[in-house]
Design a protein around this ligand. Structure first.
Ligand code: NAD
Ligand code: TYD
Length: 352
């Protein structure tokens, strides 16, 4: 069946993997990628599919109501998957404001526009009828639940208790999505995934940063004691989970996504050093992140038992492949680190 999926933030890490995943899996789907191309958006991530007639790219900011309305009118999307966000906790500590405007207001602009297009009787505020087959899917994070101690896991029913400006903005967006479902009857799902790793991740995040520093024999900055725990999932498994929820998720439900794979940061740093045959003397303990969440762990029972999704990657295989990808794509990382990737859009799109 033909469908048009509007993906926001599709030039970023997870979004670009998702766009590729969907085009490969669904020959009849059209994907419209709406991305503002902030520092984190790199259209070169999607070089291989630029010529695909089923793919369209729109450089636009999700906070820009007029542009988003124009894009909806032009493409008439059946579904929205909202990845677009400011995503880095350390940046949110330095400059929170853009996290609030993009992550919260941007999400609300998308919801409003989708509601206007999808409601069968848009002028009737009491009508809760929407077109068949439409859905708004919000890509959220386990960080909205806050931090865990040594014991326990995040369930979908765990109260939200975000600690960073990033996670507070993501939690706010989740609340707005929920409100549009409750108040207007809008078909929505929210997914909350644990930390992702894999190809095309911006080298400001733990794993690509450590790989890149290792490759250049630079110190590896470990925050605090390095014993903070994250629950890692390969980005392809996250993409498959989003696809599962998009097609089979029960309207209005929240699904946690994770692969039961808790690791302390220092374990990961040591694994990267060992794989790249570099000395542990590169490890440098630095001042801890303010408000650093100690531990995240996802209970994935709901999505595995109710929707039949399960992760395919083991952490060992996923990390081996990921490290190899960064070894094979060093010019990608160099372009990102040097800022050269910023010129790519002008080169590729200025005459289109
Ligand atoms: P990323 O920073 O790599 O990509 C974000 C993308 O959004 C970029 O392409 C950027 O240009 C775009 N963008 C930013 N502001 C925009 C705006 N105002 N309008 C339009 N586009 C804009 O992020 P990521 O790691 O791929 O994360 C994607 C989503 O998944 C985010 O919503 C994040 O909260 C969520 N998430 C990430 C992880 C993770 O481990 N990376 C885990 C769980 C959930
Ligand atoms: P990060 O990749 O920024 O993801 P998040 O903060 O969203 O979980 O960081 C993952 C963990 O790695 C987190 O506990 C902070 C830590 N970290 C370091 O120790 N050093 C670094 O240079 C970075 C970027 C992160």
């Amino acid at each position: 069946m033909n469908k048009t999926i509007l993906v926001t933030g599709g030039a970023g890490f997870i979004g670009s993997n998702f766009v590729r995943y969907m085009l490969e899996k669904y020959p009849d789907y059209r994907i419209v990628n709406v991305d503002a191309l902030t520092y984190a958006g790199n259209p070169a991530n999607l070089k291989q599919i630029e010529g695909d007639a089923r793919y369209a790219f729109e450089k636009a900011d999700i906070r820009d109501r007029a542009r988003i309305a124009e894009i909806f009118s032009r493409y008439q999307p059946d579904m929205v998957v909202n990845f677009a966000a400011e995503s880095h906790v350390d940046r949110s500590i330095d400059d929170p404001e853009v996290f609030l405007t993009t992550n919260i207001i941007g999400t609300q602009v998308l919801l409003d526009t989708a509601k206007q297009h999808w409601k069968l009787h848009p002028e009737d505020k009491y009508s809760r009828e929407f077109k068949q087959g439409v859905k708004f899917q919000q890509v959220s994070t386990d960080e909205v639940y806050g931090a865990l101690g040594k014991e326990g896991v995040f369930k979908e029913t765990t109260p939200l208790s975000p600690n960073s400006p990033y996670s507070a903005a993501k939690a706010s967006a989740d609340m707005i999505v929920r409100a549009y479902h409750e108040t207007f009857g809008m078909p929505v799902n929210i997914t909350r995934c644990s930390n992702n790793y894999g190809p095309y991740q911006f080298p400001e995040k733990l794993i690509p940063l450590m790989i890149n520093n290792c490759l250049h024999d630079k110190p590896l900055p470990v925050y605090g004691d390095g014993m903070q725990i994250r629950d890692w999932l390969h980005v392809y498994d996250h993409c498959a989970a989003i696809d599962t929820v998009l097609h089979h998720g029960v309207n209005g439900e929240i699904y946690n996504i994770g692969g039961n794979n808790e690791k302390a940061n220092i374990e990961i740093v040591k694994l990267i050093l060992e794989t790249l045959k570099k000395p542990e003397s590169l490890i440098t303990y630095v001042k801890d992140r303010p408000g650093h969440d100690r531990r995240y762990a996802i209970d994935n029972t709901k999505i595995t038992t109710q929707l039949g999704w399960s992760p395919r990657y083991t952490f060992e295989d996923g990390m081996k492949e990921t490290i190899q990808w960064y070894l094979d794509n060093q010019t990608w990382t160099e372009d990102v680190v040097s800022g050269a990737y910023m010129a790519y859009y002008d080169k590729m799109y200025k005459d289109r």
